[in-house]
Design a protein around this ligand. Structure first.
Ligand code: ATP
Ligand code: MG
Length: 423
């Protein structure tokens, strides 16, 4: 994309009503627009990041048998009454409205009921199971606090997968596969070395659920990590026991065989996996007949990730004083091609490199604007694409391109051939 065509402009000032670092940087760099507290629009650059995150998640979910679908945002009262979750006294974060024709609708704050209601039409025999449908969807929650930028939205975009299994071992088998897929997702998103798998409360049907918690001072959660384990790498290793504050106590410490001192740390819950058992399948009468013709209740699990929260977390933990630092796999572009000077030869050289990059399938943001070098570099650092190519009167005199990684201070001159091959 030519930057001259990108209508968003960077800003030097920090929006005065925005206290979170992720939203401040993303607004300044032109990735998002704040509509109101907890509600953001995604501008072209922001959408590109969300799409890249979405693709990583999609690939990992499909690899473990996930099947993508799309449930509606509008939900009916009857369906949610089955689980007693329509009542505002029971669920306090619904957004609801009245229909002109009478009756009410709610906007999805989660998906268990929608899935159970749909799937009961298709599950009747043991041959129909197991299945792992999922969707990417806008979720609406009337959250009380929304001061964490895109990490806690009142409207946010998530992936939710639900597993429908015949028995405990089949459920556990998938649950463990999902855990591995989540590790891949957070590693690929560049936050793996700061993310812990933690034990969290399990609800009615299992002792524990698991959360993926990324260490960050802007986090709203507290986790306990053993002192010896801190800073050792390989954080998403389940043998390294990490516990959420909500369930941590001395009994649990004994139970899990924990020794030594779980240091208290702030963290962001980027994802979770949960055993639901028959909590939803029971009220929806979600049953299957086994080989002997006997009825059994289906066992469910849920697996969520907030895409905006993940994007915000990346910004929180990987940015520096100059701006955002995108990991390769989620960056809106692979390369930021910056042209300096306006000599016809320089222009032609940069235009040709841009075309060559496109032909090689390397997505580049091409800064073809007539601005001072300082302004272009400041924008480039703020936007945070991992690789920067500079084409200037000086570099073309040597028939070279200057390359600089966002995370490094030094640049070097390389040939066009190398530029096209190595990045
Ligand atoms: P939290 O405890 O932080 O409110 P939750 O337990 O309500 O999260 P779930 O309902 O299980 O979370 O949602 C699944 C995932 O969706 C979470 O792990 C998180 O990544 C994301 N998520 C939850 N609430 C929000 C929100 N308000 N804004 C953005 N992402 C969210
Ligand atoms: Mg919540």
């Amino acid at each position: 994309m030519r930057q001259s065509q990108l209508f968003t402009k960077t800003r030097k000032d920090v929006p005065s009503d925005e206290t979170s670092k992720n939203a401040q940087l993303l607004i300044r760099a032109g990735f998002i627009h704040k509509e109101m507290a907890g509600v953001y629009s995604y501008l072209p650059l922001g959408l590109k990041v969300i799409k890249r995150i979405e693709n990583i998640i999609r690939e990992e979910m499909n690899a473990i048998g996930g099947i993508e679908m799309k449930t509606s945002a509008f939900q009916s009262r009857e369906v949610w009454e089955k689980t007693n979750r329509w009542d505002d006294n029971i669920v306090d974060n619904w957004f609801k409205t009245k229909l002109k024709s009478g009756g009410e609708v709610g906007l999805s704050f989660t998906n268990e009921e929608a899935y159970s209601n749909i799937l009961r039409q298709y599950i009747s025999s043991y041959k129909d199971l197991p299945i792992y449908p999922y969707d990417f969807k806008e979720i609406f929650r009337n959250e009380v606090r929304s001061k964490s930028g895109i990490m806690r939205g009142r409207e946010f975009y998530w992936k939710a997968l639900y597993s429908f299994s015949r028995n405990e071992s089949e459920h556990l088998d998938f649950y463990n596969k999902a855990k591995e897929a989540y590790k891949n997702i957070f590693n690929r998103a560049g936050i793996g070395d700061k993310t812990y798998i933690t034990y969290a409360s399990g609800g009615t049907f299992s002792k524990f659920s698991h959360e993926f918690q990324t260490l960050c001072d802007a986090g709203e959660d507290i986790i306990y990590i053993s002192k010896e384990d801190e800073g050792k790498g390989l954080k998403m290793d389940e043998n390294r026991v990490v516990v959420n504050k909500e369930i941590y106590n001395e009994d649990l410490k004994k139970d899990l065989g924990l020794v030594g001192d779980f240091v208290e740390r702030k963290a962001i819950e980027v994802g979770n996996i949960f055993t639901l058992g028959t909590k939803f399948s029971e009220p929806f009468d979600l049953k299957y007949k086994d080989e002997k013709g006997k009825d059994n209740v289906v066992l469910m699990g849920s697996y969520g990730i907030g895409l905006g929260r993940l994007m915000g977390t990346i910004v929180e933990i990987l940015s520096d004083d100059k701006g955002i630092v995108w990991p390769k796999e989620v960056s809106p572009f692979s390369v930021h091609l910056v042209r300096l000077g306006d000599k016809p030869e320089t222009l032609a050289f940069a235009d040709k490199l841009y075309t060559d990059l496109q032909n090689k399938g390397i997505e580049a943001l091409y800064d073809d604007r007539d601005l001072r070098a300082g302004e272009k570099f400041a924008d480039s650092d703020l936007i945070g694409i991992p690789v920067r190519f500079v084409v200037s009167d000086k570099t073309i005199a040597e028939d070279k391109v200057e390359v600089k990684m966002r995370t490094e201070n030094d640049s070097k001159l390389i040939s066009v051939g190398e530029a096209l091959k190595n990045f």
